[in-house]
Design a protein around this ligand. Structure first.
Ligand SMILES: [Zn+2]
Length: 216
């Protein structure tokens, strides 16, 4: 468990260093060896200040705090629902990066362009735009679970991005690539209508993700 705590803190600080989150917004979690429990970021902590001991142990089925003094993230409902939906998911990342949020507000889905997808090929399956619901609500959890039934990422209107992976590092890379795709699309939209990669390449990428053993 100590190793997982350190990995979570490292991922959180890296997301901050990469400019993908600021202040206390966003949250991350990882499933523990005891598959019915996860470690989740405490509410109100800045990503740049995260230390291994800050993470809270939460029971995935009851959402009760098993260990830790601080309050678990407000978004604990959708983290736990995603672990229930995807038994092989080992990590969940939720952030509010600029370009993904702009596209979500514009009601635009991500158009798969460019070669960043090769870094996170499971995203080639699609990145749906979920329905809006207020932060921290069961309705938001319902909407995310619906959007991510067959996908490892979604955009959340007026809000940000949520991703999963077999590990917390895989979930973080998926989130980073979603934002890279959104930034690219935002720039392309200034000069032209975005053109997606051919279906044959997207299908090959999904196959590649399966062969690599990624969550897809
Ligand atoms: Zn949020």
């Amino acid at each position: 468990m100590e190793e997982l705590r350190s990995r979570l803190a490292k991922v959180g600080r890296q997301l901050f260093a990469d400019g993908l989150t600021y202040g206390a917004s966003g949250n991350i979690s990882a499933r523990m060896e005891d598959a019915n429990k996860c470690l989740i970021k405490p509410s109100g902590y800045r990503f740049c200040d995260l230390e291994p001991e800050h993470f809270i142990v939460v029971d995935i089925d009851t959402r009760e705090v098993v260990e830790g003094d601080a309050k678990p993230s407000i978004e604990t409902p959708f983290h736990t629902r995603l672990y229930q939906l995807w038994p092989e998911a080992g990590g969940v990342v939720h952030i509010h990066p600029k370009h993904s949020t702009i596209l979500s507000i514009a009601g635009r889905e991500i158009v798969h362009m460019g070669l960043d997808l090769y870094q996170a090929p499971a995203l080639a399956k699609g990145i749906p735009l979920s329905r809006f619901a207020p932060p921290g609500t069961e309705e938001l959890a319902d909407n995310i679970v619906k959007a991510m039934k067959d996908h490892v990422a979604c955009l959340m209107p007026q809000h940000g991005v949520t991703t999963i992976g077999r590990t917390i590092e895989e979930a973080a890379l998926n989130a980073k690539v979603v934002e890279a795709l959104a930034e690219l699309q935002y720039s392309v939209m200034l000069v032209a209508e975005p053109e997606p990669l051919p279906d044959s390449i997207l299908e090959r990428l999904v196959k590649m993700a399966r062969e690599k053993g990624l969550l897809v």
